[in-house]
Ligand binder design. Sequence first.
Ligand code: PMP
Ligand code: GLU
Length: 392
Amino acid sequence: MQNLSHLLNNIPSSPTLAVNDKAKALQRAGHDVIALAGGDPDFPTPPHIVEAAYRAMLDGATHYPAPMIGIPAALEAIAAKMERENGVVVADPRRQIIITPGGKWGLFLALTAVLNPGDEVLILEPHWVSYPPMVTLAGGVPVPVSLPADDNFRITAAALRARLTPRTKALMVNNPCNPTGRVLTPEELAAVVAVATEADLYVIADEIYEKLVFDGRSHLSIAAAPGMAERTLTVNGLTKSYAMTGWRLGWLVGPAPIIKLATRLNSQAVSCAATFSMHACVAALNGPQDVIAEMRDAYQARRDFMVQALNEIEGIACRSIEGAFYLFPSFTGSGKNSLELADALLDKAQIAGVPGIAFGQSGEGHVRFAISTAMHDLERAVERLAKVAREL
Ligand code: PMP
Ligand code: GLU
């Protein structure tokens, strides 16, 4: 037999999805595993969204959409949302938006549309697990920009400039950030804008956790900053905000020439997102938004509980988070690396978390816990952690 793809042999599988699958398999086999692995809201999709999709399916929305990039009502709902909530004017929705099967595919399209072989992409570290492999798959070279935990993972122009080379083509910014829970401040936005402008970079703004910002903070969209719309590709979607991970509905918004290339890859690779999910998108974006605030408030209450409870356990230190739904505690003085820690947690406490190393070298010593998990499971997890912390 001939050999298989070198490219894919050198790409790891998504560790978040792998840990998630493992935890779910153990649960199915009867083990009392608490899954704090993949970020999947424990809330049901709001019923008015499910009903809209169901009605659309009965009305025939079970075929290819027209146009393939997204039904006009959904493109218009996304454009209106961007203007209303993000301060971004999308002058021509049909040429500047593409609806994607989840935010993940939007990120991949964005990278593929701008990169040529060997182009470098700055990735703020700790970073979401899929950023470096996506850059590699798109022919680019991931370049980590390490943000120190003891400076609260703050983004500075100096840190970005230190990693620039003549090959730097783009910068990925996840705001709010998975796994650190940081939310971009005006100063950090200014740093991103300054460096992107002076080095002529494309910015891939991953705003999938946009709605999950706590304590009354506001979300800042990079594309809304003066001069940035022409170089920013915004990725967002319904998955996290509306508890719709299984619907696979996201979008990519940006300058028309880039979206044109993204559409070309989409047409050859996946054709389109699911038509009924596009109808669900219209109902989600144009319908009542109070459901989002209810879920956000629940995550915030879980954060408050968990951060306090974890910090009371000797050997665990946990920063509070400003957004998204992940805690990233460090296991101070355990002597184990994060892979060993995650294994020990599963083995001794039956808690599934994602090892910090999956988020880059600066994630070492940490384990990520998703708090998109019901409060009673979080309470049980804390009890178990308190019992085993000494043995870690
Ligand atoms: N970006 C980040 C940072 C994420 O954590 C996720 C997680 N799913 C995504 C994008 C993509 O999500 P999805 O494809 O499910 O919309
Ligand atoms: N984004 C979520 C996470 O980081 C879901 C899993 C995935 O897509 O990686 O856990």
